[in-house]
Design a protein around this ligand. Structure first.
Ligand SMILES: Cc1cc2nc3c(=O)[nH]c(=O)nc-3n(C[C@H](O)[C@H](O)[C@H](O)COP(=O)(O)OP(=O)(O)OC[C@H]3O[C@@H](n4cnc5c(N)ncnc54)[C@H](O)[C@@H]3O)c2cc1C
Length: 157
């Protein structure tokens, strides 16, 4: 671990540590609220584990397809069954309430666009509350990121 301590030359409202989905989602949300943001990344490239991931989101009751017949109660039942002793009621309710809002927020405030993932059922489709179809899965459409358009210090720290 190095001792490369550098002072930020300009003050910002929010400093985000880490450039995976969690960090960049926070950065976009803060910027959308009019706050200035700096993302700090310890690696030479941004993206973290997220950059390796399949990028599939599990968002019950997302509003991308009005024909889907899902319910918060069914999704909660499924999560209770899957999580067992690890079920955290407050977190689950926050996730189920905020997931659809989150999709709409990022489609409104970023270049992301989400689509359904065909032929992808819940991992345990026979469990209580499960959906046998692809109704809870979303995938972001591929986008081209041109690193030439990013500030140099955002690509190579
Ligand atoms: C092969 C694979 C496939 C996956 N597929 C899926 C999927 O389809 N759907 C799904 O939901 N999940 C999937 N996952 C899991 C998912 O990728 C992770 O849960 C998610 O990416 C975690 O995001 P994060 O922002 O919390 O962390 P990360 O993406 O790991 O980001 C953390 C970042 O913080 C940086 N960092 C850490 N400490 C510091 C520090 N002190 N200073 C500065 N920077 C720091 C790290 O370098 C990293 O860039 C998959 C995982 C793998 C490995």
């Amino acid at each position: 671990m190095g001792n490369d301590v550098r002072e930020l030359d300009d003050p910002v409202d929010v400093i985000v540590v880490g450039s995976g989905a969690g960090g960049l989602a926070t950065a976009v949300a803060a910027a959308a609220m009019g706050l200035s943001v700096r993302v700090l990344e310890k690696e030479a490239f941004f993206g973290g584990t997220t950059a390796y991931s399949g990028g599939v989101l599990w968002i019950p009751c997302h509003r991308k397809d009005p024909s889907i017949k899902d319910s918060i109660e069914a999704a909660r039942t499924y999560m209770l069954h899957e999580a067992g002793d690890h079920f955290d009621s407050a977190r689950v309710d926050a996730f189920l309430r905020s997931g659809p809002e989150m999709i709409e927020f990022f489609e409104r405030n970023s270049s992301l666009e989400f689509v359904s993932v065909p032929e992808f059922s819940d991992y345990h489709p026979n469990a209580p509350g499960a959906m046998p179809g692809d109704d809870r899965y979303l995938l972001p459409l591929t986008m081209h990121v041109n690193s030439d358009n990013l500030p140099t210090d955002s690509v190579h720290p």
